[in-house]
Design a binder for this molecule. Structure first.
Ligand code: GLY
Length: 365
């Protein structure tokens, strides 16, 4: 099983390949050595991935930087530590930073690559489902501050992306399901992501849930490919999130706020996104943006994958404050990505924040 997807971004004349396969991790190592021959390397590893795969990926010790796992590690302190490592290893613009891990490793390494010497080469090797289907592709890089998620960042595309599906076999269940959360999001925005391909993710997920939940690699290859084809279409049209790319944030404005308010520790990104998404679906139903048939189909898909309702007592004032800091917000106006029945989502200004706040307190209270 081997596939190469190409992403081209006309806006900045950028082109790169995404290699998807389930060959051995040793062959990935060889491929990385060939690709980076005659360049200096720093490899940022997720701690868990390093423990499991350091024998299969035996890079010299002085090239390795290990990042502990967890969203709370995507912070300024670790960013500075990594920059110091790049300086210590005398990395120059022609050299290459490789990120091997999930979204935290990819986002933080990407931000370091984007800012060190105003930009050095960067390769993404995503090892979680979430980073394979979403964060490793499209060039979003960022770190969090205690008061806001992804608030320091840039758009910086990698040189290429290597997706080895074998990493999914050892991914813990909670992180796997976090990736499924992001996959479900794609099912609700697919009307916006297709060029000519038939819209099929919703159906694919409905029919094949047991194969996907049991991590059958044949189905996972198809799943990752569909999600990435959607993402490629969106990023190609709008790299800098001026319009269309905002649809990829369905459920994220609320989800990010939940992650921030619970100090990036209590919920995975996917859990927070499903929470945000469900609230948005409830809001969309209440405002007649969707009908009950579509609402029920969406909620059934979410429960088919075993997501339970999160009951978290959080102050709606705080949530609203964070929603105003969201990158889609616009000088004090909250903008929400809203699904509609035709499976095409739209961006709507939240005209009456007071009404939304009262409704939200009712929902989460
Ligand atoms: N993860 C959302 C995006 O790449 O735009």
């Amino acid at each position: 099983m081997e596939r190469t997807l190409a992403i081209s971004i006309p806006e900045n004349d950028k082109y790169y390949d995404i290699y998807i396969n389930n060959e051995s991790v040793e062959s990935l190592y060889k491929e990385l050595l060939v690709r980076t021959k005659n360049r200096r390397r720093v490899i940022v590893f997720s701690e868990k991935v390093y423990k499991l795969y350091s024998k299969n990926l035996p890079f010299p010790k002085n090239e390795i930087f290990i990042l502990k796992d967890g969203e709370e590690q995507k912070n300024l302190k670790n960013y500075i530590r990594l920059i110091e490592k790049l300086i210590h290893n005398r990395m120059t613009r022609k050299d290459v930073l490789i990120a091997i891990g999930g979204g935290v490793v990819g986002d933080l390494s990407g931000y370091a690559a984007a800012t060190y010497m105003r930009g050095i080469n960067f390769i993404q090797v995503p090892t979680t489902l979430l980073s394979m289907v979403d964060s490793s592709v499209g060039g979003k890089t960022a770190i969090d501050m205690p008061s806001a998620k992804n608030i320091l960042g840039s758009f910086y595309q990698p040189e290429c992306v290597y997706i080895n599906l074998n990493f999914l076999k050892t991914l813990c269940e909670r992180q796997y399901m976090s990736g499924i959360g992001e996959v479900l999001k794609y099912a609700f925005i697919e009307g916006n992501c297709c060029n000519n391909e038939p819209k099929s993710l919703f159906e694919f997920l409905s029919i094949n849930s047991s194969r996907i939940l049991s991590r059958d690699l044949y189905f996972l290859e198809k799943l990752v490919t569909i999600c990435l084809l959607y993402k490629i279409n969106v990023v190609r049209a709008d790299e800098k999130e001026a319009g269309l790319r905002k649809v990829l944030n369905l459920g994220h404005t609320l989800g990010h706020a939940l992650e921030t308010l619970t100090k990036y520790k209590k919920y995975t990104h996917g859990e927070a996104v499903i929470w945000g998404l469900t609230l948005i679906f409830n809001w969309a139903l209440k405002n007649c943006y969707i009908d009950t048939v579509y609402y029920k189909a969406a909620m059934d898909l979410i429960s088919l994958y075993g997501f339970k309702n999160i009951r978290e007592k959080i102050k709606t004032d705080k949530l609203i404050e964070l929603m105003l800091l969201d990158k889609k917000a616009d000088s004090g106006v909250i903008k929400l990505i809203i699904p509609n029945g035709a499976r095409v989502v739209t961006e709507k200004e939240l005209k009456n924040v007071y009404e939304f706040k009262a409704w939200l307190s009712d929902q989460i209270g």
